[in-house]
Design a protein around this ligand. Structure first.
Ligand code: DI6
Ligand code: FE
Length: 401
């Protein structure tokens, strides 16, 4: 196992506490067995590390490697034509109700082979990795039949075999009603969604269970049935909630101890209280807000007041957020949602880890995995401030073995 000592770095440990960003000036990090063995001021590094492979970072910034905790990275085709239709005046909901939207990606995904889905997904994973991402959440939900849902989840697992990145999968069978079940959402839940979830669980393909609680998707009652099954299988849940309207999805999810509730533009006080009690992370997705030209901003000040951890993710998908840059999502979270650069970075590291139930990453601290990003910047605020600029110097994944 490699033993490495990084010295003369500005370290944004992102450890919670009084120091902004958990900053350590002129810091050092010792890496051993794929983990962080020690972190502190360079001048205080124990003598035992002096013989280790040494890298002088010359003042560069080190942060925890980034984590994209909400993506739909695997899909067939694209929806550029729908983008044009929206520019001609159609709304996202109108397109969905007319059989476009998610359902059009479902047809394309069903028709695409596993190996072509993988090739395409890897181009997007590579874009994230190039920005210092070490863990990606990937959802199913464009199959909506048992075979295609399983196919998507197998591709998600293969992303982690093909690239040095961790993948957490979410089963999203309750994403949309497929055409063959139009008007029969309950039958879809019984005949496809729940059996597909059981099959995904049996094959070890699902790390969590997600749903879309919305007028154009599933009711809280239908989501509850899927969550009951998740609970019976011992799988954690999360939910697309309060994106386009308020159906009380966040409160429902919190009632199941959800890891996260995501989107949340229309979140109300009752949802916030329930999330705070359950320790549910608020995952904000400014790429979807931007693409759909939403005007209702998620209640960031209230989330802050209640101490709810806020994460930021790309929501990378072919319809509402064709975005494969977590740095740009961080920038948008500041400009569109008024999150601070420190909150944006916590949202793509510490709180993103929490949203995935990962306790071994997301902060630079002894005992955590050596997943780090080294940046050619002086101050962590620079990561959120720039647009369309990638200052990554080096990404370290598991100490690089
Ligand atoms: N909300 C989203 O942002 C994605 N899914 C969801 O439930 C959008 C998916 C798509 O438009 O293809
Ligand atoms: Fe999504």
């Amino acid at each position: 196992m490699r033993q490495r000592l990084l010295t003369h770095a500005t370290i944004a440990t992102m450890a919670p506490g009084d120091a902004p960003y958990g900053l350590v000036a002129d810091g050092a990090i010792a890496l051993e067995n794929g983990e962080i063995a020690w972190c502190g001021p360079t001048g205080e590094a124990p003598a035992a590390y002096r013989d280790w492979e040494h890298q002088d970072l010359e003042g560069r910034l080190v942060t925890p490697a980034l984590i994209d905790c909400h993506t739909h990275l695997i899909f067939g085709g694209n929806r550029a034509r729908e983008f044009e239709m929206r520019l001609e005046g159609a709304s996202y909901e109108e397109i969905a109700r007319a059989g476009g939207g998610i359902v059009s990606t479902v047809s394309a995904t069903r028709e695409t082979t596993e190996s072509d889905l993988l090739t395409d997904a890897l181009t997007r994973a590579d874009a994230l990795i190039a920005e210092g991402v070490s863990a990606i959440e990937i959802k199913s939900g464009y199959g909506l039949d048992i075979n295609t849902e399983l196919k998507m989840l197998r591709v998600a697992r293969r992303v982690a075999e093909a690239r040095p990145v961790r993948v957490r999968t979410s089963f999203l069978g309750a994403h949309a009603i497929p055409p063959e079940f139009k008007g029969r959402a309950d039958a879809y839940i019984d005949d496809v969604c729940i059996p597909a979830l059981e099959a995904a669980h049996a094959a070890g393909l699902a790390d969590a269970v997600d749903g879309f609680c919305e007028g154009i998707a599933f009711t809280p009652q239908q989501i509850a049935r899927v969550f009951d099954k998740a609970r019976a299988l011992g799988l954690p849940v999360k939910l697309h909630a309060e994106q386009l309207s308020n159906l009380g999805g966040a409160k429902l999810a919190a009632g199941y101890g959800a890891l996260s509730a995501d989107h949340l533009e229309h979140l109300d006080e009752a949802g916030i209280v329930a999330m705070a009690e359950a320790g549910t992370v608020a995952v904000l997705l400014p790429g979807a807000f931007y693409t759909l030209r939403e005007t209702k901003v998620p209640p960031v000040a209230l989330l802050r007041e209640r101490g709810i951890p806020i994460a930021v993710a790309t929501d990378c998908n072919p319809g509402s957020s064709p975005l494969a840059s977590l740095l740009l999502a961080m920038n948008m979270s500041a400009t569109l949602f008024r999150m601070t650069p420190e909150e944006a970075l916590a949202g793509a590291t510490r709180n993103a880890a929490k949203a995935l139930g990962l306790t071994d990453t997301g902060q630079v601290a002894a005992g955590r995995r050596a997943d780090l990003a080294i940046w050619n910047v002086e101050h962590p605020a620079e990561l959120t401030y720039r647009i369309g600029f990638n200052p990554l110097h080096e990404r370290i994944f598991g100490g690089d073995a």
